[in-house]
Design a protein around this ligand. Structure first.
Ligand SMILES: *Cc1c(COP(=O)(O)O)cnc(C)c1O
Length: 235
């Protein structure tokens, strides 16, 4: 893909973010653009990188391979946005700048221990299943308070906010309802644990404007940036 096409698409996405932000009196600077690069080649990712605030990858092994091929070009931060299996936790801490898909207590404990062993503080987001659909990843809303409380107390994890995937529908009310739920949880969580929790990672190619209207600080965009994926990877 040509550099200018990726640049044009990134600019168009930023323009749409800015328009949505303006509607609710928010500054577009407070919404970061995460390019979701699962299934994309390293070449495409390097071309897109200058126009992005971060790269989002779903799988540890895929990210590992890509990072080894990356070379000397500078790279934005890498964020893990897919479900993390506990046996890949160590690799994930080594490879990623942040883990956005923290969804269980056992994973939190493991990431904290490994981050400690590697002498780093790992920024994380708790992923919440706001639409409570079986197919979705993230912790259930009923399990959120305990996960929040424990995560906030772990010495090597830096809890920066929450993440969710909106329900797969074009029903604006339902989608925005899920985003509103996440924002509500984060406001309550802030009081409970006394942390700023300023990040809300929500919004994908088909719903990011609704997410911005509901307070997203980080949209995760694959298709609208890189074009359709050659296989539909829901992981
Ligand atoms: C694939 C994926 C995205 C991006 O989806 P698009 O519809 O291609 O923008 C965002 N977030 C997560 C967690 C994903 O798995």
């Amino acid at each position: 893909m040509s550099m200018s096409l990726l640049k044009e698409r990134a600019e168009a996405i930023r323009e749409r973010i800015a328009q949505a932000a303006e509607r609710v009196g928010r500054s577009p600077q407070n919404v970061r653009l995460v390019g979701v690069s699962k299934t994309r080649t390293v070449e495409e990712m390097r071309e897109a990188a200058p126009f992005l605030d971060a790269l989002g990858e779903n799988k540890v092994q895929e990210a590992q391979k890509k990072k080894s091929l990356w070379g000397e070009v500078s790279t934005p931060p890498w964020r893990l946005i897919g479900h993390l299996q506990s046996n890949k936790a160590r690799k994930a801490v080594e490879l990623f700048d942040t883990v956005d898909s923290l969804d269980s207590l056992s994973l939190a404990l493991r990431l904290d221990r490994i981050a400690g062993e590697l002498g780093r503080h790992l920024p994380v987001l708790i992923e919440v299943n706001t639409s409570e659909e079986d197919s979705k990843t993230g912790c259930l809303i009923k399990d959120f308070p305990e996960l929040l409380d424990k995560t906030a107390s772990l010495p090597n994890l830096i809890l920066e906010g929450l993440m969710t995937i909106g329900p797969l529908t074009d029903d604006e009310k339902k989608v925005r309802g899920a985003f509103e739920t996440l924002r509500g949880l984060s406001e309550k969580a802030r009081e409970l644990v006394g942390l700023p929790l300023k990040e809300l990672s929500m919004g994908m190619s088909h719903d990011f404007e609704w997410a911005v209207l509901e307070g997203s600080t980080m949209v995760r965009i694959g298709t609208a940036l890189f074009g359709p994926r050659s296989y539909d990877d829901k992981s």
